[in-house]
Design a protein around this ligand. Structure first.
Ligand SMILES: Nc1ncnc2c1ncn2[C@@H]1O[C@H](COP(=O)(O)OP(=O)(O)OP(=O)(O)O)[C@@H](O)[C@H]1O
Ligand SMILES: [Mg+2]
Length: 268
């Protein structure tokens, strides 16, 4: 077992990351003010109502977990925010801008990056080529090199495998690559869909330590997870999604102690 990552190491790692986009002005939202706001979001697939009017917000500087069982609507929520699904009704705003009319590319330009469920890396491209694709909106050579250095410090395993084809990486390494690629755009906000899915517990700890380091670098994070304990332990606040509705929300530490959550999701 590798040694657990200490909180001070996480903070130190975060402090060295260069997260600001080289050309995009930072949204003028102060620390602690709402950066992402979702209001009464409804999404249906044909006749099936996947989201029945959800409200959530993520303030600048926060790590927020969206937890819930299979089919609760977690991925649907992230895809709606990332403009990969049409919004049937409701509003989504980021730094005061309405996201409804944006294309997925414009969203990345506005400062929001998604590491999708299933990772969606390019199996025949190398690790380095996959990372370079993540920076497609700003191909400034210096910024790209610096961000690759940051990603490599965050995930040393990726650094050792830059020339390896993405498809030959282990599941955990592919997850690191998906997060690394999302970071290449130097986002203001990162959306993560089940970073722990199908990954051994030891690697899950490393990935969540990296997530905390990314947050320590000033990136705001919304993370979707079925792994309630790991996700809430790394977050400031959480929302529990149940069949398309927010059933509970609040401070992450309090949610971890909540008897209803312990019974339903923590096997308590
Ligand atoms: N493309 C689709 N067509 C029809 N129904 C869909 C589609 N995508 C999702 N759904 C349905 O919408 C609901 C929510 O799915 P979603 O993928 O958002 O769940 P989830 O919380 O991410 O689950 P998991 O933890 O298994 O990834 C489910 O009932 C699912 O079957
Ligand atoms: Mg999902």
């Amino acid at each position: 077992m590798s040694a657990p990552v200490e909180a001070k190491d996480v903070a130190a790692l975060g402090a060295t990351m260069r997260t600001k986009h080289p050309t995009r002005p930072d949204p003028s939202v102060a620390m602690g003010e709402p950066l992402l706001q979702v209001r009464d979001l409804r999404v249906a697939y044909g006749g099936i109502k996947a989201l029945k009017g959800i409200d959530l917000e993520v303030r600048r500087g926060e790590v927020v977990a969206l937890i819930g069982a299979n089919g609760a609507g977690k991925t649907t929520t992230l895809k709606s925010i990332a403009r990969l699904l049409p919004v049937a009704s409701g509003t989504i705003t980021f730094a005061g801008k309405n996201l409804a009319t944006m294309t997925p590319e414009a969203l990345v330009g506005a400062g929001v990056s998604l590491a999708p469920e299933g990772r969606a890396i390019f199996p025949n491209l190398t690790v380095l080529e996959n990372l370079e694709l993540g920076a497609y909106l700003h191909r400034d050579a210096t910024a790209m090199r610096e961000t690759i250095e940051d990603v490599t410090r965050l995930f040393p395993r990726l650094g050792e495998r830059m020339k390896q084809e993405g498809g030959t990486l282990s599941g955990g390494e592919q997850q690191m690559l998906a997060i690394g690629r999302a970071l290449m755009a130097r986002p203001t906000m990162l959306l993560l869909d089940e970073p722990s899915l199908g990954i051994a517990p030891k690697l899950v700890q490393q990935i969540f330590a990296a997530i905390r380091a990314i947050a320590a670098a000033g990136v705001t994070i919304l993370v979707v997870e079925q792994n309630t304990k790991v996700a809430l332990s790394a977050s400031h606040r959480g929302y529990v999604l149940r069949t398309g509705e927010i059933a509970l929300s609040g401070n992450a530490k309090e949610l971890l102690q909540n008897p209803e959550i312990q019974k339903a999701y923590l096997g308590g």
